[in-house]
Design a binder for this molecule. Structure first.
Ligand code: GLU
Length: 277
């Protein structure tokens, strides 16, 4: 049995790209789950959760279980972080955004990766107690422990990550108890997700999520990184731009179940196109 999920962040109204993801996840799963990824306290809003529920109902999609809401599950993420801490694979990071930007504009700093400023600092519980800090994965050490992970795409392709795909990503934020990668893999495992359906723009998240699954002994889902919906001129749909939201389409009288069927058949409304990016 395939269990799939749709895991939107309630930080804005959903657009056609989200509709495609949801419709595809529903179609590919015998069991389809909804997860609300509301860990960003500054940007998540209850009215966007309401809109997600209304959008899915309009598309004719009903989750097969009560949705998981990440902000209510922070103890699970804290336990996973503890486990990684026990394995010596995470470190506290005291950098501000400005520190990181300054380090990256140094001569060798062409990379967008974390420059590693706090990696290898002696652990100082007093400093940790004194001020806000995040926790980062020591990616090189994790790879040393586990090797470069592979994963399987739904079409049978096996992908293997390269060392350059990894960064010392943040696993717990200064202002939130967990960050995306950790919460995502903990929840996919907790709800028995066997097929992760998401846009190709999130493919870059898969190597680090696979390594976290391996380190924590979690099962390995299959992945379907699907093509993206863009504007006809190739422009990316973003929550805050000219992309018509599903709420607006609904208000305009568009039939959601017809749209869902068309999306699955690969047909987009006028003004949009597909991109494999
Ligand atoms: N919450 C993420 C987003 O809305 C999706 C996460 C995922 O599907 O893994 O972009």
């Amino acid at each position: 049995m395939t269990t799939s999920r749709f895991a939107p962040s309630p930080t804005g109204l959903l657009h056609l790209g989200h509709a495609f993801s949801a419709v595809l996840a529903r179609a590919r799963g015998d069991r389809f789950l909804l997860r609300i990824e509301d860990l960003d306290p500054g940007r998540s809003r209850p009215e966007f959760i309401d809109a997600i529920n209304e959008d899915l109902a309009w598309l004719g999609i009903a989750p097969d279980a009560v949705p998981l809401v990440q902000s209510r599950r922070t103890n699970h993420y804290a336990a996973a972080l503890d486990e990684l801490r026990g394995q010596g694979l995470v470190y506290p990071c005291f950098c501000t955004r400005a520190d990181i930007a300054a380090a990256l504009s140094a001569p060798h700093g062409a990379s967008v990766h974390y420059p590693g400023t706090c990696r290898g600092l002696p652990d100082d519980p007093e400093r940790r107690a004194a001020g806000p800090h995040s926790w980062r994965l020591d990616a090189a050490r994790a790879i040393g422990r586990i090797g470069l992970p592979s994963w399987r795409e739904e079409d049978g392709t096996v992908c293997t990550a390269a060392a350059a795909d990894f960064d010392d990503v943040i696993l717990a934020r200064k202002d939130a108890p967990a960050a995306y990668h950790l919460a995502c893999i903990v929840d996919d495992a907790a709800s028995g997700v066997t097929l992760v359906v998401r846009g190709a723009d999130l493919r870059a998240s898969t190597p680090v999520q696979r390594i976290l699954q391996l380190l924590l002994g979690l099962p390995q889902p299959t992945y379907l990184h699907h093509r993206l919906v863009t504007h006809a001129d190739g422009g990316r749909l973003a929550k805050r731009d000219r992309a018509p939201t599903l709420a607006a389409m609904r208000a305009d009288g568009v039939d959601g179940s017809v749209l869902a069927r068309d999306l699955l058949a690969g047909q987009l409304p006028l003004g949009f196109s597909w991109s494999n990016a």
